[in-house]
Design a protein around this ligand. Structure first.
Ligand code: CMC
Length: 427
C-alpha cells in the first residue's frame, strides 16, 4: 500500500500517512484528522482502531496465528516454560542461561509478601471473589514498596519480577483465606508453577504431591495466556499507564478488566454453563437451540473471538493437553463429554459457521483446571497470573515511548443541547 492515502471528506481531499507493521498490516494515521477537518472517527468497541504500535505480540485472526516476539505459540508451548516465555515477552529476546538464572533469582527473592499484607487478607469476607482480592492486593503490595510508586526506571526489572512473583503468592493466599486454610509460604527450591501448586495445596504438616504432568499442564496454561495483544485488559493497562500510574496500579486495573465473563471470566462461565447443562440432563442440543434462538440472550461461552475468525491456536493446544491430563490422571469428566458434544454440534451448525464462531482458549482450560483441583472461582485468577508478563511488557512500551501521551478518547455527544436550570418547585 502507498505511504499515504487520499480521501474526500465533506467534498475536500485529505491526504493521510499510513503506517505499515512488520507483518504487513497497514494503519491509516489519523492523528491529524481533527485538526485538519474538525471531524473525529467513531469506532465503538474499537474493531477498526489501532490504539498503538507494539512489538510484543502478533495475531493473524484469519489464519489463526499467534506469535510472542516472533515465536509461534505452538513452538513455545512445546519447548519453552512460562518463566522463560515471560522473559521473552517482557525483554524481547529469549534469555541466555545467565539471564534466565538472574530472572529466576529475582523472582525467588521477591516471592514473599510483606507480613503486613496478612492483615489485608483478614479484612476480606469469606464470600469475596478471588479476583476482587487479587486486584486489591496488587495495589496494596505497592504500598509496601514506595519505590514502585516513584517508578525509578532502573528499578523496573525488580518491580516486574516482584509483580510476577507476588501475584502468584497473593493468588494462593486468597484461595487459602477463602477456604479457611492457613497460608503456606513459598519454597525457594521450587520453580514458579510448582511453587504455586505447593502454596495452594500443601498443608502446614504435609507437602502436597507435585506430579510433573500437573505442573507441566498448569505451566502451559500460564504460557498460553501470557499475552494477546490489545485485548480489553491489556488496553486497560496501557490506558492507566498512559497517565503515568505505577506498574502495580496499572496491573490491578488490568485484573478488574479481565474479570468480566466476556473476557477472562469466560473460563469460569464455561464451567458454570457445562455444569448447568449437565444438571439439566441435556446433552447440549437444547442449550444450543436456546443460544441460536437468542432465548434469554444466552451465549455459548468459550466460543467466538473478536480477532480469531478461523480458529484460536491456543484452543487447539489446550484441547490436546486436556485429553492428556485427564488420561494421565485416569479421570473422566462428564463435563468434558458435554464440551466435546457442544463443540461438535456447533462446528457443524450454520449459526456458528456463518458467524465464524470457534472454540477459544477458555473452552477447554477450565476442564484441565478442574481436573487439577483448582476451584471454579480461581479460574480467572489463573488467567491473570498468566497474563502478567503481557501486561508488564505493554506497560514498559508505554513508559518507554518518547512520544507517549495520555490516552484520551473523544466522543460524539448525544445528550441534550444547552438548556436552563428549572427551579425545583416548577418541575
Ligand atoms: N455464542 C453465541 N453467539 C455468539 C457468540 C457465542 N459465544 N459470540 C458471538 N456470537 C454472535 C453474536 O450474538 C452476534 O450475532 P448476530 O450477528 O446475530 O447479532 C455475532 O455472533 C457477532 O458477535 P459479536 O458480539 O459482534 O462478537 P464480538 O467480537 O463483539 O465478541 C466475544 C467477541 C468473545 C466477546 C463473543 O464471541 C463472546 O461473547 N463469546 C463468549 C464469551 C467468551 O468466550 N469470551 C472469551 C474470549 S477469549 C479469551 C479472551 O482473550 O478474553
Amino acid at each position: 500500500m502507498n505511504e499515504t492515502v487520499e480521501m474526500i471528506i465533506d467534498g475536500k481531499p485529505l491526504v493521510l500517512p499510513t503506517v505499515t507493521g512488520s507483518e504487513g498490516e497497514v494503519g491509516i494515521d489519523i492523528s491529524s484528522l481533527r485538526n485538519k477537518t474538525g471531524c473525529i472517527t467513531l469506532d465503538p468497541a474499537y474493531g477498526n482502531t489501532g490504539a498503538c504500535e507494539s512489538a510484543v505480540t502478533f495475531i493473524d485472526g484469519e489464519l489463526g496465528i499467534l506469535r510472542y516476539r516472533g515465536y509461534d505459540i505452538a513452538e513455545l508451548a512445546e519447548k519453552s516454560t512460562f518463566i522463560e516465555t515471560s522473559y521473552l515477552i517482557i525483554y524481547g529476546e529469549l534469555p541466555t542461561r545467565a539471564q534466565l538464572t538472574e530472572f529466576s533469582n529475582l523472582l525467588s527473592e521477591n516471592q514473599m509478601l510483606h507480613e503486613g499484607m496478612r492483615f489485608h487478607f483478614e479484612g476480606f469476607p469469606s464470600t469475596a471473589h478471588p479476583m476482587a482480592i487479587l486486584s486489591s492486593m496488587i495495589n496494596a503490595a505497592s504500598s509496601y514498596h514506595p519505590n514502585i510508586i516513584s517508578k525509578r526506571e532502573e528499578r523496573f526489572p525488580y518491580h516486574a519480577a516482584r509483580l510476577i512473583s507476588q501475584v502468584r503468592t497473593i493468588a494462593a493466599f486468597s484461595y487459602r483465606k477463602a477456604h479457611g486454610l492457613p497460608a503456606i509460604y513459598p519454597k525457594s527450591n521450587l520453580k514458579y508453577t510448582a511453587n504455586f501448586l505447593h502454596m495452594m495445596f500443601s498443608l502446614p504438616n504435609e507437602d502436597c504431591e507435585l506430579k510433573p504432568e500437573i505442573v507441566k499442564a498448569l505451566d502451559l496454561i500460564f504460557l498460553l495466556h501470557a499475552d494477546h495483544e490489545q485485548n480489553c485488559s491489556t488496553s486497560t493497562v496501557r490506558m492507566v499507564a498512559s497517565s503515568k500510574a505505577n506498574l502495580f496500579a496499572s496491573a490491578a486495573a488490568g485484573v478488574c478488566a479481565l474479570w468480566g465473563p466476556l473476557h477472562g471470566g469466560a473460563n469460569q462461565a464455561v464451567l458454570e454453563m457445562l455444569e448447568e447443562i449437565h444438571q439439566e440432563g441435556d446433552d447440549g442440543s437444547k442449550f444450543l437451540n436456546e443460544v441460536k434462538n437468542k432465548i434469554g440472550n444466552r451465549k455459548l461461552m468459550g466460543f467466538g473471538h473478536r480477532v480469531y475468525k478461523n480458529f484460536d491456536p491456543r484452543a487447539v493446544i489446550i484441547k490436546n493437553q486436556c485429553d492428556k491430563v485427564l488420561a494421565q490422571l485416569h479421570k473422566s469428566d462428564p463435563l468434558l463429554d458435554i464440551a466435546k458434544k457442544l463443540e461438535e454440534i456447533a462446528l457443524n451448525d450454520d449459526y456458528f459457521i456463518s458467524r465464524k464462531l470457534y472454540p477459544n482458549v477458555d473452552f477447554y482450560s477450565g476442564i484441565i483446571m478442574r481436573a487439577i483441583g483448582i476451584p471454579l472461582d480461581m479460574f480467572t485468577v489463573m488467567f491473570a497470573i498468566g497474563r502478567m508478563p503481557g501486561w508488564i511488557a505493554n506497560y514498559k512500551e508505554v513508559m518507554e515511548d518518547p512520544d507517549g501521551r495520555i490516552a484520551r478518547p473523544r466522543q460524539i455527544y448525544t445528550g441534550p443541547t444547552q438548556r436552563s436550570y428549572a427551579a425545583l418547585e416548577t418541575r
